[in-house]
Design a binder for this molecule. Structure first.
Ligand SMILES: Nc1ncnc2c1ncn2[C@@H]1O[C@H](COP(=O)(O)OP(=O)(O)OP(=O)(O)O)[C@@H](O)[C@H]1O
Length: 277
């Protein structure tokens, strides 16, 4: 009998996770979890350790302490491709697309991990391969339409505005049908309209049953879409709770604004996380 390491409603759990780079403890004793179909925000000032935490979850860095449990399995220290295969996909702080290639090719790239075929099936074009191709084409067509990219399918991604490139990245991650989608500053560089559209897409994704973990400096996104928020500072968790609790949390306010809270009491709503200003 296999014993699951997460409770039924838990998809991801970090247990006392830490990493040290030389003399710097970039993440320290970090514990939190992401439930099935939940949207969790990870926030904190610049250099707090958010991207490093993502890099440990996705296998780019191996934690020096603690355990990462995903979907009942201990994935601590697994290689990135193996972690992707069990259902964790991410987007990056800076866009990483195949420039010189079309939107379609970029989105299709997200699918390759999901194909179950063996090389010899490619030679024979078996019924199962044809069936799988049909399913994949339907998935891509539906995704392009959902993210309003269908009319741009054959455009070179390099020629598209920044906000559209962000949508292509999201479509590529969704094409892999993740169980957990990790978004690293998805609203960076988006205008208000694009950012509102992104909010809706994130909520849609959750409604499909995909869990989302996001790092975001745009507090409108963080406060409006997340079910819960974890705030870290100097690599350590300082607060965890619902958005309204985090917004009013003294340590969070102090981490972002410094000790002089009277200066701008409204700031946590919109600008608190922009560079820890
Ligand atoms: N590979 C590395 N080697 C050494 N130090 C690193 C490495 N990666 C991150 N760090 C350090 O770890 C700390 C946390 O960095 P990280 O990028 O995770 O912060 P962040 O919260 O994502 O910041 P930002 O909001 O600016 O993206 C920083 O002090 C950073 O310089």
């Amino acid at each position: 009998m296999t014993v699951s390491l997460t409770s039924p409603d838990e998809l991801l759990r970090l247990d006392g996770v830490g990493i040290r780079f030389g003399g710097l403890q970039a993440v320290d004793d970090l514990s939190f979890s992401v439930g099935q179909g939940q949207i969790v925000g990870l926030i904190g000032p610049n250099g707090a350790g958010k991207t490093t935490a993502f890099n440990m979850i996705t296998g780019v860095y191996k934690p020096t302490e603690g355990r990462i449990i995903f979907d009942g399995r201990d994935i601590t220290g697994w290689a990135p491709h193996r972690i992707a295969r069990v259902g964790i996909f991410r987007t990056f702080q800076t866009i990483r697309l195949f420039y010189g290639q079309s939107v379609l090719v970029n989105v299709l790239a997200g699918l390759h991990l999901k194909t179950r075929q063996q090389w010899w099936q490619g030679l024979l074009r078996t019924p199962s391969q044809r069936q799988e191709e049909t399913e994949l084409r339907a998935t891509v067509t539906e995704l392009l339409a959902r993210l309003q990219l269908d009319h741009l399918a054959y455009e070179d991604v390099a020629s598209l505005p920044y906000g559209v490139q962000r949508r292509v990245e999201l479509a590529r991650a969704l094409a892999a049908r993740p169980k957990l989608l990790i978004l690293d500053e998805p609203a960076a560089g988006l205008n208000d309209q694009e950012s509102a559209a992104l909010n809706r897409t994130i909520l849609d994704v959750r409604d499909e049953g995909i869990s989302v973990l996001l790092v975001e400096h745009d507090m409108n996104v963080v406060m409006n879409v997340t079910d819960s928020i974890v705030c870290i500072n100097f690599g350590r968790k300082i607060a965890e709770g619902r958005p309204e609790q985090i917004r009013a949390h003294p340590e969070v306010i102090e981490a972002y604004l410094g000790k002089d809270e009277d200066e701008d009491a409204e700031q946590p709503q919109d600008t608190a996380a922009r560079g820890g200003a």
